[in-house]
Design a protein around this ligand. Structure first.
Ligand code: 9MR
Ligand code: CA
Length: 583
């Protein structure tokens, strides 16, 4: 039980037409009087009494909530409940326009292999091109920390470009996959909301929507990771590329930001690609097939290149169906080891089918249990999707775009999406802080669990038009932006007490030493029930209730890192809310 008195609210603000809650956490039985006042004039605009106190099941905290949903006038306000007054926040129909922009711009700032120019990055985040030498590197060969022998490949790889994964400089195809898919899906869901010139990126006047330019940056990297013709394992995709040893935090030379080493065997340092896997290969198949659809009106030859690569990947995966990622090489990068890849197979088949209509893919889909059962409803997990669980991505595609599936088959998936959303919304309603996941959702990257569930609720709104789903998405964003027990906005630059010290090798927020703060619009992983880093350990976060196991500290990589697969759903949901509430 948390006995201190604190005030939780969306520190950035609320869409004018959205539900609006603030909560005082206090042991006092209440109720408390609340007032909403205009910051400019100081005058009270609305007032009332808190609704009956509610014990939040996950934290044991007693919440006294002010419901000011009916107040819709745009402006800048403060809310007071009892003796606690908030900082200022906004009410505005277009409140999520800026967040949509910043959450997408994050990806440019994570680009590898290209100079971040002042015009696009802003003075604070300019830097020279990172890891240019990735253009000519070897596959790791030698014996890893687990004693597994890794064989060499008789060629070098151009692994340049792409996005850095997170606070580290690794580039991982499996995590690039769900990130690219999520952004491409935001575009495919609503192409009219994105255009050329949206973002400060070098490609912002080429006639192509900037969100596609940005995803192409990563896709081109994923395409380069595919093993060329006339090699053993041709068509398969290297799982990842990263340093042999973790670089310093903040980054120090020589790994900041190049670390080439031509050694082939037993290397102790340098950057390498690591063995191809079936999962990485299927990630490329899925994303490149999806890209082929989206790119055909803009760049036919790129679209064709994507489709060719996707079909090659699919075939190669068929020839090598059980190349499973191991714990490799034990240091210097994450594993992204996924041993259950039936979901990747299904996802790839769905995307290839949606793009080509070919019978082979259709048969595969029809033989899969995922076609019948939408994950999230049936898999007993906290979320429908994650980097390791990708079946829902395929079903979302089948549910939302026109294919040769029958209307009843499509409706079957659509109905399950709506039911899954209702399931998350029931959990949300039982949570004092509007969190659409139960305790099992508080994993490493829990904020992405909440936001991926918000994507399901948003799709339910698209499908059914029921405003309860829209409200549920908005309340999830409130949780992310400060309506939580920690009174913390998990997005940098959004809210008075927002993410400031992410686990990131460049955004170490030490300007005197040359490390900029995080740019606005970066999302941290969030509370993690498991104690998986030394800072969380030292702070004894395990004694806290689960939703409080978080610290805004650069060393807490298991609660406070940023990552492409977490910012992608943030951008998706912000863009959805921006569109849905814009009036
Ligand atoms: O997001 C990943 C999480 O699901 C895993 O539990 C965790 C430990 O393996 O790794 C996370 O991914 C990290 C990756 O391994 C390396 N780059 C940073 C990623 C985010 O922390
Ligand atoms: Ca999987």
């Amino acid at each position: 039980m948390n006995t201190s008195v604190s005030l939780s609210y969306n520190q950035y603000g609320y869409p004018a037409a959205a539900p609006k809650y603030a909560a005082l956490t206090a042991d006092d039985p209440g109720p408390f009087a609340w007032t909403l006042s205009d910051v400019m004039t100081g005058t009270v605009q609305a007032s009332g009494k808190t609704i009956p106190a509610f014990i939040d099941p996950l934290s044991g905290s007693r919440l006294h909530q002010a419901d000011f949903s009916l107040f819709t006038r745009p402006g800048t306000y403060r809310i007071r409940i009892g003796e606690k007054e908030s900082d200022s926040f906004k009410i505005d129909a277009k409140i999520y326009a800026a967040l949509t922009h910043d959450a997408l711009h994050f990806f440019y700032l994570m680009r590898s292999g290209i100079e971040l120019a002042e015009t696009y990055a802003g003075k604070t985040w300019t830097r020279p091109a990172g890891h240019v030498s990735d253009a000519d590197i070897r596959a790791f060969a030698g014996t890893d920390a687990q004693g597994k022998r890794w064989d060499s490949f008789p060629f070098k790889v151009n692994g340049s470009g792409g996005w850095y994964d997170a606070g580290d400089f690794g580039k991982y195809v499996v995590n690039g996959g769900i990130s690219v898919w999520t952004l491409q899906n935001a575009f495919e869901r609503s192409p009219q909301t994105f255009s050329d010139g949206d973002l400060p990126i070098p490609e912002n006047s080429n006639g192509i929507p900037d969100i596609l330019d940005e995803t192409r940056w990563e896709l081109e990297f994923m395409l380069r990771m595919q093993i060329p013709e006339s090699n053993a394992l041709s068509g398969m995709v290297f799982h990842k590329l990263h340093d042999r040893k973790w670089s310093g935090v903040p980054a120090t030379l020589p790994t900041y930001m190049d670390n080439n080493n031509d050694m082939q065997d037993g290397a102790a340092w340098g950057r390498y690609v690591y063995e191809p896997t079936t999962a990485a290969t299927l990630n490329l198949a899925a994303c490149a097939a999806q890209a082929a659809r989206l790119w055909s009106p803009y760049d036919r030859s790129f679209a064709e290149r994507c489709l060719t690569a996707a079909e090659r990947a699919w075939k190669a995966a068929g020839s090598h169906p059980v190349l499973i990622a191991g714990n490799v090489p034990g240091e210097g990068g994450g594993n992204y080891d996924d041993t259950e890849i039936q979901d990747e197979w299904y996802w790839a088949a769905c995307e290839l089918y949606a793009t080509t209509g070919k019978e082979e893919y259709e048969q595969f889909i029809r033989s899969s249990n995922y076609f019948v059962s939408f994950p999230g409803l049936h898999n007993n997990r906290a979320a429908s999707m994650s980097w390791a669980d990708t079946a829902a991505l395929g079903s979302i595609t089948l549910a939302t775009i026109n294919t040769a599936l029958s209307a009843s088959e499509r409706d079957h998936i659509r109905n399950q999406i709506v039911q899954t959303a209702a399931h998350y919304e029931a959990i949300q309603a039982s949570s004092g802080f509007g969190i659409p996941m139960d305790a099992s959702g508080f994993v490493w990257g829990s904020n992405s669990v909440a936001l991926n569930n918000a994507i399901i609720m948003a799709l339910a709104y698209d499908i059914s038009g029921d405003p309860r789903h829209l409200a549920a998405v908005s309340r999830t964003m409130d949780y992310i932006l400060g309506y939580n027990g920690l009174c913390k906005s998990f997005v940098s630059g959004y809210g008075t007490d927002s993410l400031s010290h992410p686990h990131h090798r460049v955004w170490a927020n030490d300007p005197a030493a040359g490390y900029p703060p995080p740019p606005s619009g970066a999302l941290c992983g969030g509370p993690n029930a498991q104690i998986q880093d030394p800072v969380a350990e030292a702070l004894k976060l395990a004694v806290q209730p689960i939703p409080y196991r978080y610290v805004d500290d650069i060393g807490s990589y298991a609660t406070n890192e940023v990552a492409i697969n977490w910012n992608a759903p943030l951008a998706w949901v912000a863009s959805f809310l921006n569109q849905a509430y814009r009036s």
